[in-house]
Design a protein around this ligand. Structure first.
Ligand SMILES: Nc1nc2c(c(=O)[nH]1)N[C@H]1C(S)=C(S)[C@@H](COP(=O)(O)OP(=O)(O)OC[C@H]3O[C@@H](n4cnc5c(=O)[nH]c(N)nc54)[C@H](O)[C@@H]3O)O[C@H]1N2
Ligand SMILES: Nc1nc2c(c(=O)[nH]1)N[C@H]1C(S)=C(S)[C@@H](COP(=O)(O)OP(=O)(O)OC[C@H]3O[C@@H](n4cnc5c(=O)[nH]c(N)nc54)[C@H](O)[C@@H]3O)O[C@H]1N2
Ligand code: SF4
Ligand SMILES: [Mo]
Length: 751
């Protein structure tokens, strides 16, 4: 590696939701360009130089010898490198007969987290799913934020119409089940959450963190409330109850757009602070004071994340977060919970403002357990049983795209075993990991530095309105294929058009569909224009670049293909490598809504229908140990443990245990404990710490790399254990189907 950079490129980091700007030093010339260093881009309009330890490892990822550079096909139990034509031919040879014999639902697809940051994933998965024609569609969303998408779809009319906490202007932030010091924030896109929190405290603001662990974020907080796992919905109900009982409800300017205020207040009646004190483990007077502090703050926002969504009452908790924002007059005002106005891709900037079709949940149910579909997907908690339960409609083949469900989904042991029985498994993934080791064909994408980037999904949830496009930093090596072409060619195979069909067929179809929709949108900037004219104006670009250009130009800041000559285009973004700041968030009610009533639905019928379940649980006594997860700044779910600088040092996959529990159970710091649940058991080193609530233990997810056949040479040496062996696939939030990954009943003993 050469030491000095001869030129510099700028690129958004695609690894997490923060979307930091990176300054990438490069040396060498065409075809032999090397990265010399990566640091934060001080001129980035959003991140201003902030970077975490992962951002600078894009070079190590790019150079990782385990990152596959060619497709592989399994022959006699071993992966063999093949050319692309041969790989797609193998898929075609096996997929066609399988579908002919068993039907399209016999093929399932699982879509993982990195797709949320990938233009290829966001733009070309849809045609692939359509071509597969299966109803067995699964994703990481149902081990993550699906409850928030469901509550937002019901309340505001869009799954991604999620109000975000206006951290930079608020006086009071009530944060539940999130640890942005480790995660860098989620469903609230902003680089440098730590800096933003420090600024909040420095200006005299208040941060209350609700978490069974005294997380790094809780340490910075004004107040830490160590709740019992899984109890957030009770606590939030009690806050609503106090606001009502003590005459503190004031819906403010958004009030005229709220429907169902009284019904929401009624729902909270049984949940007095005294009634929930036992189940939440939080004293009634602490709850009462918190409600009063929230109401008294000049501005405030309530924000809930993983700890609130991966729980039995995830949708109720997600709903209650925004009910509280509304009841305190903080919905849609600066310093409160606000709606981003994204430059591209948002459903809440298309079609008729304010009004929409609404959302129907559970239009169909899973075959074996009968869990309802949401937003076009089934919960991944049922994937294993759909594979291992024989009968009509059984899943016999799987496609995964950027997913590692063996480490990330509940009852992982069962899923792992089920994957071994598939007739066909095709993975689009760079690694032979815990999941893809079962694949018959692996189609590897280029590395992040070889792809263009625009955070189409996460910029819809940004704490400022920002647009930023980065072109690829490094070109493809001989024999690599752009990921959009991989997905397009798979779609063509699934469609029966052949293994060697041209991926531009799919590309032209996607762009044509989007242009047709744009000219048909009577309220949009292209209303009444000619589709062919627009296609011609898009010029010579192909692939994601052409689509993102179209989306930006038809978006709320776009040039509308001539309608606003000063508006944004991809060319304008290319001329601004540090991004374009479109200003702070502004109130968007009622136009942001897409509900049938044109109102914020504070009491959606499906959610009110679930309150009885919460009410019944008030009377169930709490007992036993429960398991929660945690994140580390140096991790990224399951897949970056192959980067040496991120895993070296003390082991991070440990069991956090409170000293009282350690003494009671005979657990010793550094020695192994056995943790067992209904679904499995693991042996994991104990780390005794008072930063966890007694009765609760914590293991991070994403570890357990020492399975046979895993080709991750660094990660294998720092294997850890798979916490999702313990997560129970039978525990789901019934409204969203989301898995319960926090608050799992376990037994703990010395190993
Ligand atoms: N470094 C790093 N960053 C990441 C990731 C990563 O793996 N590593 N993953 C990315 C992804 S995909 C996501 S979705 C985000 C998630 O981002 P966050 O939502 O901030 O996720 P966590 O850091 O897991 O924080 C969840 C917190 O909830 C607490 N908790 C557990 N159970 C409960 C409960 O019942 N109630 C309450 N109130 N709290 C509870 C846990 O102790 C933990 O501190 O992070 C993203 N960023
Ligand atoms: N117990 C517990 N379980 C959890 C969580 C938890 O907090 N606790 N968190 C949950 C959350 S929030 C999430 S989002 C899920 C994540 O669940 P998944 O999405 O299933 O898992 P990841 O670990 O993100 O794996 C990403 C996969 O994508 C591959 N990959 C990386 N980059 C690319 C790319 O550019 N293209 C392609 N095609 N592949 C790529 C990696 O090799 C890896 O196999 O895990 C969930 N599971
Ligand atoms: S916080 Fe770290 S991983 Fe996330 S975008 Fe920024 S540099 Fe990348
Ligand atoms: Mo996630």
């Amino acid at each position: 590696m050469s030491a000095t950079a001869t030129h510099t490129a700028f690129r958004t980091c695609p690894l997490c939701e923060a979307g930091c700007g990176l300054e990438i030093g490069l040396a060498g010339d065409d075809g032999d360009t090397r990265v010399t260093r990566i640091r934060g881009d001080r001129d980035d309009v959003f991140s201003h130089g902030y970077i975490c330890p992962k951002g600078s490892t894009l070079r190590q990822l790019h150079e990782d010898p385990d990152w596959l550079r060619r497709p592989v096909v399994k022959r006699d139990g071993r992966f063999v490198e093949v050319g692309w034509d041969e790989a797609f031919a193998e898929v075609e040879r096996r997929l066609g007969p399988l579908v002919d014999e068993h039907g399209r639902d016999a093929v399932a697809i699982y879509v993982g987290n990195p797709n949320a940051h990938s233009l290829s994933g966001l733009l070309y998965l849809r045609p692939l799913i359509k071509a597969l024609g299966t109803t067995n569609v699964f994703s990481a969303s149902t081990v993550d934020q699906r409850p928030k998408e469901v509550s937002s779809a019901l309340m505001f009319g869009g799954g991604l119409t999620v109000p975000v906490p206006d951290v930079d202007r608020t006086d009071f932030l009530l944060m539940l089940g999130a640890n942005p010091y480790a995660s860098n924030g989620s469903l609230a896109t902003a680089p440098d959450w730590p800096g933003r929190i420090e600024a909040l405290i420095a200006r005299g603001g208040t941060l209350v963190v609700v978490d069974p662990r005294r997380s790094r974020t809780a340490e910075e907080a004004t107040q830490h409330v160590a709740i019992r796992p899984g109890a957030d919905a009770f606590l939030l109900m009690a806050l609503v109850n106090v606001l009502d009982a003590d005459g503190l409800v004031d819906t403010g300017a958004a009030g005229e757009y709220l429907s169902g205020v009284d019904a929401a207040l009624d729902a909270a009646r049984p949940f007095t602070p005294e009634a929930v004190a036992e189940v939440t483990g939080v004293d009634a007077d602490v709850i009462r004071r918190l409600a009063h502090d929230l109401a008294a703050a000049p501005t405030a926002c309530v924000y809930g994340r993983m700890g609130t969504t991966t729980a039995l009452y995830g949708t109720l908790a997600s709903w209650l977060v925004d009910v509280l924002n509304a009841l305190t007059g903080n919905l849609d005002r600066p310093g409160g919970a606000m709606f981003t106005k994204a430059a591209a891709g948002a459903s809440n900037t298309r079609g008729t403002p304010r009004y929409g079709r609404g959302t129907t949940l559970h239009r169909r149910r899973s075959r074996v357990r009968g869990i309802g579909e949401t937003l076009g997907e089934l919960p991944v908690a049922v994937l294993a049983e759909e594979i291992d339960t024989p009968g009509e409609g059984q899943v016999r083949a799987l496609v995964t795209v950027a997913g590692n469900p063996v480490l990330s989904t509940p009852n992982a042991g069962r899923l792992d075993a089920a994957l071994g029985t598939l007739d066909l498994y095709v993975a689009v993934d760079p690694y032979v990991n815990e999941t893809t080791r079962h694949a018959d064909v692996i189609l590897p994408p280029p590395t992040p530095l070889q792809k263009g980037h625009y955070d189409l999904a996460l910029l819809q949830l940004a704490l400022r309105n920002v647009a930023n496009y980065s072109p690829p930093v490094l070109s493809l090596d001989e024999g690599q294929l752009d990921e959009w072409k991989i997905l397009a060619r798979l779609a063509l195979v699934a469609q029966g058009m052949g293994a060697d069909a041209d991926p531009t067929i799919v590309d032209d179809l996607v762009v044509g569909t989007l242009v047709d929709a744009a000219v048909a949108d009577e309220t949009g900037p292209l209303a009444g224009r000619d589709a062919d004219e627009i296609l011609a104006l898009l010029g010579e670009r192909t692939g994601p670049d052409r689509l993102i250009d179209l989306m930006i130009r038809t978006g709320p800041y776009g040039d509308g293909f001539g309608a606003d000559p000063d508006g944004l285009t991809l060319d304008v973004l290319l001329a601004h490598p540090h991004g374009i700041d479109l200003g702070p968030l502004e109130p968007r009610l009622p136009d942001v809504l897409r509900t049938p009533s044109g109102m914020v639905e504070l009491a959606p019928e499906p959610i009110l229908g679930d309150v009885a379940r919460l009410r019944a649980a008030l009377d169930v006594p709490t007992s036993g140990m429960t398991l929660v997860g945690r994140r580390d700044l140096r991790s990224n779910n399951s897949w970056m443990h192959n980067v040496e600088v991120l895993v070296k040092g003390r082991p991070r996959c440990t069991l956090h245990v409170h000293p009282d529990d350690a003494a009671r159970l005979g657990l010793v710091d550094g020695a192994d404990a056995t943790v067992a649940s209904r679904t499995g058991r693991v042996a994991v080193p104990v780390e005794v710490t008072d930063a966890i609530r007694p009765g609760v233990v914590s293991i991070p997810h994403g570890w357990g790399h020492d399975l046979d056949g895993v080709e991750l040479s660094v990660a294998r040496r720092h294997a850890g254990v798979n916490s999702n062996v313990l997560a129970d696939d039978e525990l789901v939030d019934p409204l969203s189907g989301n898995a319960v990954l926090n608050g799992i009943p376990v037994e703990v003993a010395p190993a």
